[in-house]
Design a protein around this ligand. Structure first.
Ligand code: SAH
Ligand code: SF4
Length: 352
């Protein structure tokens, strides 16, 4: 039988597990401290814990973490990691530095089933969803790497924007989020975590069951025919259904929904698109994140010119919308969604 990953227990679940197996309840807090604060993953090194418990946990739970098999630094400080799971599948996870933040962009699945026409991950199809331990494990492996290789850098934010559709892995992403939030563990605040979705209506309608984190919707177009061309999911859940579902998301008064909007030349970047976008979204409760399309070898789409990108953003601001342009991070190491993995795998012979 497969052992359960130690990196999938909430603190409360670990307490119950320890008590059930004859150990002290308070030891769960110590275990949490070693794993999530000190990043020490070998139980025999937990000096203040009972030896008997450490041996028991080491024998009965799975302590394996995603293994960093490659990492590369971009000129702008973005560091990309390729991590391999126990079964040999690999995903990417990216640490993006900006101002006082160090944000980890984690993957939720190996590949993706949604099939967006602009996305490199889509070309891989879906292999499988990641387990809770593998999602939390990306954070832990990178944290340990930072501890060993930097001057005390630590991760401050998490976005679910790597490979995969997080809402197609609802239960595991929910559990991973509970672990990221646990005050005695990683302890990130709710506003430091962002879930990005392509717009799966039934799961959006279930978001009340998810811990209340920031929600980003990959919108990319304000017309159904354009959005359907970019995202086949729009043929099932069109804009009308999507926005009906978005209205059901429980939002605290100060919270907003982020709309990600890819800017693609001659597709969704003109005045008429701005008019449609402004009609579609609620000005007060929305933020728009403009993402200039990241071109990759073989991609069908083009990034608009810089002056068009700036104009698009200014025009939204002029109409009273909160909108920003996402700086393209790590493009020299192919940091956009799904690009590195394929690149590295193609060049495997050169890298290993
Ligand atoms: N599946 C989820 C989360 C992962 S994708 C989603 O689609 O929201 C994270 C973001 O990267 C999405 O907004 C996606 O549209 C964007 N993205 C994918 N390919 C891109 C590319 N080539 N250039 C720029 N952004 C891209
Ligand atoms: Fe999947 Fe997101 Fe890529 Fe679309 S953009 S294929 S949903 S990872």
């Amino acid at each position: 039988m497969n052992k359960q990953s130690i990196f999938s227990f909430t603190l409360e679940e670990l307490r119950n597990y320890l008590v059930e197996h004859g150990f002290a309840k308070f030891a769960a807090d110590q275990v949490y401290d070693w794993i999530y604060r000190k990043f020490v993953f070998v139980p025999t090194e937990w000096s203040n814990c009972s030896k008997k418990m450490c041996v028991y946990l080491g024998e009965n739970l799975d302590f394996s973490l995603p293994k960093i098999v490659w990492n590369g630094l971009s000129e702008d400080g973005t560091r990309k990691f390729l991590v391999a799971m126990q079964d040999g599948n690999s995903v990417e996870t990216v640490a993006i530095a900006s101002k006082s933040r160090l944000t980890l962009c984690v993957s939720s699945q190996v590949g993706c089933a949604i099939g967006c026409t602009f996305c490199h991950t889509a070309t891989q199809g879906l292999t499988r969803s990641l387990t809770t331990g593998e999602v939390v494990g990306q954070f832990l492996s990178v944290s340990q790497w930072l501890k060993e290789n930097t001057d005390g850098d630590s991760l401050t934010n998490i976005v679910y924007m790597g490979q995969g559709e997080p809402l197609n892995n609802f239960e595991n992403m929910k559990q991973a989020t509970l672990l990221f939030l646990e005050p005695k563990g990683i302890g990130l605040g709710q506003r430091r975590i962002t879930l990005s979705t392509s717009g799966l209506v039934p799961q959006i309608e279930k978001l009340a069951e998810f811990p209340p984190v920031n929600i980003a919707i990959s919108l990319h177009a304000a017309h159904d025919h354009v959005r359907s061309e970019l995202m086949p999911i729009n043929k099932i859940y069109d804009l009308k259904r999507l926005f009906k579902a978005i209205k059901t998301i429980p939002l605290k008064s100060y919270r907003r929904i982020t709309y990600e909007y890819l800017l693609i030349d001659e597709l969704n970047n003109n005045l008429e698109d701005i008019d449609a976008l402004c009609k579609l979204i609620n000005q007060k409760e929305s933020k728009i994140n403009l993402i200039p399309f990241n071109e990759y070898p073989g991609s069908d789409f083009k990034r608009p010119r810089k002056d068009n990108i700036i104009w698009f953003n200014n025009e939204l601001n002029r109409r009273g919308f909160t909108s920003t342009i996402r700086a393209s991070k790590g493009s020299d190491i192919l940091a956009a969604c799904g690009q590195l993995k394929t690149h590295v795998e193609k060049d495997k012979t050169n890298l290993w």
